[in-house]
Design a binder for this molecule. Structure first.
Ligand code: NAD
Length: 494
């Protein structure tokens, strides 16, 4: 589709911003809404229902009723599988519509919302649909006069609270395992990207998901999010977002019913380049591509580039040569690879970090400025800082924008110490042509995922989550079922 036709379709779009509870679109109880503008060009997308505690109560009550009467939770796995497969097919059939909504909502290029976000969300739902009737329960090896059955049961009502950087994928990572295991879900999308979640719920209903099984309450974190996380009738919270709010999630659970809390939080991932690696240009290209993808708004972006001092000047020059390829463009143009950051607040945050990098003495060798200001949207140049020290704010704090910081190391031990000198531990990557070094360093890194000589491999079959303050859960893979199921032991006398 050409730029004009994406623009035309964008102009015709009138997204429905109402809540979805018990299978019905409705206004919030007190009729409150908030205006949602697009970071692409500042256009008003519409008024979105601003859910309050009363709306969350209704959504949780609807999910509880659906769970208790067994319309979903007691369906045979094969029956749940059929509905979820149709749900995944429905997402794919709506690719263009969902991709456009996602792009307008949060600013990522249309080519990626079409080729990455919608297919990955659909594949996630389809994968858990496929998995659910292949997971067997266990019998424990006890004595001869008794059988101990170890079975998994759905948790009940799951609250899913998700961020704006990959709205559909983050929702799918919660919905896939939670729904497949038989739970009912209340989803709170980010106020910065509410629309695709509500369309996903409509598509799920059309696929045959019974009303009440998947409810959506758009709104703000301190209102709808807090009400959901504090709700005494919610059994588990699947949260993806900042470490700051992840702390609140644990407090809410402590203050309410000790619901299970699974936190998937921020990152400051290290990308370690050793001088023995034999294809430095591939490493440099991958560092730039992985950092600037999604405008740098990825929890696992390799935002700390750790380079051996002997090759640092050469390597920094190579990354700087690749950076301009990610210059921001119109997200509705299919050739654009970097779009808009999510809103004006995020633009200010990112520009503030760039200023702090300069003030603290780092050297800006690429980018560093706002871009496309006349578009009415929020764009930042792909930015590269050299001569960064580990104690600078740009090295320690998650920026969540297209800013890459280079820190130089002396030797392997120094590289490992720098990489682990972070409150976060989501992902890391080691680049070395020596297999012993690659293994040694990969083992020493305190991160949930470590890549060797690449950064971009990803699949729904592998767990994703962090060490330290990057979280306590794992999304994706069969391990995600652990979050949304209770283990029950049943003793039988025989
Ligand atoms: P955020 O923590 O500000 O918000 C996340 C969600 O929580 C939103 O829906 C928000 O409305 C809600 N929320 C905010 N305050 C709340 C409160 N007091 N009570 C209840 N809910 C509240 O994060 P964000 O800015 O939307 O997303 C960016 C963050 O998400 C980054 O830190 C990023 O690293 C992280 N992230 C992590 C992963 C992962 O898998 N580990 C994936 C994507 C994003």
């Amino acid at each position: 589709m050409s730029l004009t036709s994406w623009q035309e379709r964008a102009g015709q779009l009138r997204p429905d911003g109402r809540l979805l509870i018990d299978g019905l679109r409705r206004d919030s109880t007190d009729g409150r809404t908030f205006d949602k503008r697009s970071p692409v060009d500042g256009r008003l997308l519409g008024a979105v229902a601003r859910a309050q505690a009363a709306d969350v109560d209704r959504a949780v009550a609807s999910a509880r009723a659906a769970f208790d009467d067994g319309r979903w939770s007691r369906q045979p796995p094969a029956a749940r599988k059929k509905v979820l497969q149709k749900f995944a097919d429905g997402l794919l059939a709506a690719t263009d519509e969902l991709a456009l909504l996602e792009t307008l909502d949060m600013g990522k290029p249309i080519r990626f919302s079409r080729s990455v976000d919608v297919p990955a969300a659909a594949r996630c739902i389809a994968w858990y649909a496929e998995a659910i009737d292949k997971v067997y329960d266990e019998i424990a090896p006890t004595g001869p006069s008794a059988l101990a059955l170890i079975t998994r049961e759905p948790m009940g009502v799951v609250g899913a609270i998700v961020p704006w950087n990959y709205p559909m994928i983050m929702a799918a990572w919660k919905l896939g395992p939670a729904l497949a295991a038989g739970n009912c879900v209340v989803l709170k999308p980010s106020e910065k990207s509410p629309y695709t979640a509500m369309r996903m719920a409509e598509i799920a209903l059309e696929a045959g998901l019974p009303p009440g099984v998947f409810n959506v309450v758009p709104g703000f974190g301190h209102e709808a999010g807090e009400a959901l996380a504090l709700h005494p009738d919610v059994d588990a919270i699947g949260f993806t977002g900042s470490t700051r709010v992840g702390r609140r999630m644990l407090a809410y659970a402590g203050e309410s019913n000790l619901k299970r809390v699974y936190n998937e939080l921020g990152g400051k991932s290290a990308f370690l380049v050793f001088p023995d690696f034999d294809d430095l240009d591939r490493a440099a290209e991958t560092a730039a591509a992985s950092m600037y993808f999604n405008q740098g708004e990825s929890c696992n972006a390799p935002s700390r580039l750790l380079v051996h001092e002997a090759i640092a000047d050469d390597f920094v020059a190579r990354v700087a040569r690749h950076a301009p390829a990610y210059a921001p463009g119109d997200p509705l143009d299919e050739t654009t690879v970097m779009g808009a950051v999510v809103d004006e607040g995020q633009l200010r945050t990112v520009m503030g970090y760039i200023a702090s990098g300069r003030e603290e003495g780092a050297r800006c060798v690429a980018g560093g400025r706002q871009a496309r200001a006349d578009s009415g949207g929020y764009y930042v140049e792909p930015t590269l800082f050299d001569q960064v020290r580990s104690d600078m704010r740009i090295a320690r704090e998650e920026i969540f924008g297209p800013v890459l910081s280079v820190i130089r190391f002396r030797d392997e031990a120094h590289a490992i110490a720098l990489a682990n000198d972070s409150a976060y531990g989501l992902q890391a990557s080691v680049w070395s042509s020596h297999i012993d070094r690659a293994h040694r360093v990969a083992r020493a890194l305190r991160a949930g995922t470590v890549h060797v000589n690449q950064y971009d491999e990803d699949d729904i079959t592998v767990p994703f989550g962090g060490y330290k303050q990057s979280g306590n859960g794992r999304d994706k893979s069969l391990h995600a079922f652990d979050k949304y199921t209770e283990l029950k032991t049943t003793w039988l006398r025989i």
